[in-house]
Design a binder for this molecule. Structure first.
Ligand code: DGT
Ligand code: CA
Ligand code: CA
Length: 546
């Protein structure tokens, strides 16, 4: 696979047409990434228009198998095995085999993999057309670096929903200023990820990347940069609301500037644009027309939380269940981030696919946590568990074990299909238990995979406040749960939020950056967030709940 991919890359970067090279008798195997065998195959394709080997494979291997490669945990070897052993050709075949329990017995598969595939397939296809923020952002960063490499380019910034840190983005909106005559468009479409050029012009261009993500580029003069950044950051609803204020002051705002009649009175910076209409600067994450303009006029905009405010992580997993690192690895990684504490919160037994721990195994696990805590300096490891909320709202560990935990995180992992009323009652009942501190991923949504279960989030927020419980903002890229509007509602109701990564590996502790960015969309300030507290403050709060 890799050899073929490298060869494709070599061919793509050839400065002339491949057919000419072959016709000219050029030895392709001299090119980096192409050996003798591949050179012969390429020559065959150029000369005959097809490849004998591929036609042979096509006779025995259905084309639908390629589709299976996109499923989580399936590579070429595993797909080949599924085909050879079970005759699986399509997603439907695979779903049926998973349901019948026929996959777990294959070499290299097991009940966990089978269950994962099954739940993925039963959730249906991901939402079309939107990309997770966490996937779009690294691409955007590479694109910014690419654009900045061109001489004469001055400012490069990503606007749109990515800048507002929405959990998913429809497309990327890139803004560039440069010296006169710089060929930004040509350089833009030469970005390595570009698959299709939709439009190429001196002020606007559009491409589609190989990942399917579309990118809009605008080139603007420096005097308009702030106005353009304001305009293309959006949201549209925010822009419309600000424009209304401008109109009352007999001003006009567009992407070129703020105008009084024909003269431009602002536009170089965003702050200047806001100032001209009588507003303080409004952070991009707030620009959704959800009250930020009123707050700006009252001078009561929130002082948004920052990554540096975070003092620990309150939801992580280890090898004891479905994590990939041990307690000490997780604690060391947390310490490297400058944290004061980290909670080790592995699954309980009802979370069967995650290899959850029963009461006895949990007790042994807690002893290991204590030992690790004793052996490491400069970081406090909290004894915790992500306890399943059972169908009737009871908890998946006996009270005697719960009482030994420093921090109890409770979560719904099953029975998503209940009525809204029953689901709400079930969760409130779990929060009735005085051992419970945090309700994890409160809505259960999985972006692009699964909608939130039906639940009355307002009542959960109220319930948390009256009981002294906390709500989690789970920072796994596909969760971002509690959703932003509910974070704001929770804050307004006086609930405190734990921003937690739910890390299943040490490096996933870095998801905190995503969580904090998203929390800003929910108007959260340092004081609204549980894990900005010092270890001592935190322990006092957790004990108070009991
Ligand atoms: P997305 O791409 O769906 O995640 O969301 P956005 O917000 O990035 O939307 P997009 O890419 O369609 O447009 C980028 C920004 O450009 C948008 O947030 C506001 C501005 N914009 C686009 N179309 C209009 C419009 O018709 N009127 C106004 N006022 N602004 C617009
Ligand atoms: Ca966009
Ligand atoms: Ca766009």
């Amino acid at each position: 696979m890799r050899a073929y991919r490298n060869a494709a890359e070599a061919v793509r970067s050839l400065p002339r047409a491949l057919s000419d090279a072959v016709a000219g008798g050029e030895d392709l195997s001299k090119l980096a990434g192409i050996g003798k065998d591949l050179a012969e195959k390429i020559a065959e394709i150029v000369q005959t228009g097809s490849l004998g080997l591929l036609d042979e494979i096509g006779k025995t291997t259905p084309a639908t198998l390629a589709d299976l490669l996109s499923l989580p945990g399936l590579g070429p070897k595993r797909v080949a095995l599924l085909h050879a052993e079970l005759g699986i050709e399509t997603r439907e075949d695979l779903a049926r085999a998973a349901r019948d329990g026929r996959i777990r017995s294959l070499a290299g598969f097991g009940p966990k993999t089978e269950a994962r595939l099954r739940s993925f397939l039963e959730r249906g296809a991901p939402e079309e057309g939107r990309t997770l923020w966490s996937e779009a952002e690294p691409v955007a960063q590479r694109l910014v670096e690419h654009l900045a490499r061109l001489g004469g380019v001055e400012k490069v910034e990503i606007a749109g929903s990515l800048r507002r840190r929405k959990e998913t983005v429809g497309d990327l909106d890139v803004l560039v200023t440069c010296k006169r005559g710089v060929k930004v468009a040509d350089h833009f479409v030469a970005f390595e990820d570009v698959e299709t050029i939709v439009a190429r012009g001196s002020t606007r261009s559009t491409v589609v990347l190989r990942s399917g993500l579309q990118v809009d580029l605008r080139v603007v003069p420096p005097v308009s940069y702030g106005a353009a950044l304001f305009y293309f950051t959006g949201s549209k609803a925010h822009n419309v609301a600000v424009r209304k204020i401008a109109v009352r002051r007999r001003l006009k705002i567009n992407e070129y500037g703020v105008f009084r009649g024909k003269s431009r009175v602002a536009g170089r910076t965003e702050a200047e644009v806001y100032r001209r209409v009588g507003l303080p600067y409004i952070e991009p994450e707030l620009r959704e027309n959800r009250g930020e303009i009123e707050a700006a006029r009252r001078k009561s905009l929130p002082d948004l939380i920052e990554l540096g405010d975070i003092r620990g992580d309150l939801h992580t997993h280890t090898l004891a269940t479905d994590g990939t690192d041990d307690i000490v690895d997780m604690a060391r990684a947390a310490k490297r981030l400058g944290y004061a504490y980290v909670a080790i919160s592995d699954h309980t037994v009802a979370a069967r696919i995650a290899g959850g721990l029963d009461a006895r195994a949990m007790r042994r696990h807690l002893i290991r946590i204590e030992k690790a805590n004793g052996s490491l300096r400069g970081i406090r490891i909290l004894k915790s568990a992500e306890v399943d909320i059972l169908r009737d709202g009871s908890l998946d560990l006996p009270a005697s074990v719960l009482a030994d935990l420093d921090l109890v995180v409770a979560a719904v992992h099953s029975s998503f299909a209940m009525s809204r009323e029953r689901q709400t009652e079930r969760i409130l009942r779990a929060m009735d238990d005085p051992h419970v501190h945090v309700l994890a991923h409160p809505t259960g949504r999985l972006l692009g995979e699964r909608e939130a279960y039906a639940v009355d989030v307002e009542r959960l927020i109220e319930g948390a406040v009256t009981r002294g419980c906390f709500l989690e903002l789970n920072a796994q890229p596909s969760r971002m749960d509690l959703p932003d509007v509910w974070c704001k509602a929770a804050k307004d109701a006086g609930a405190k939020i734990a921003i937690s990564t739910d890390a299943h590996a040490a490096h996933q502790l870095d998801f905190m950056r995503l969580g904090v960015g998203y929390a800003r969309r929910g108007w959260l300030e340092r004081g609204d967030v549980l894990n900005t507290r010092t270890a001592t403050q935190l322990e006092r709060l957790l004990r108070k709940r009991r």
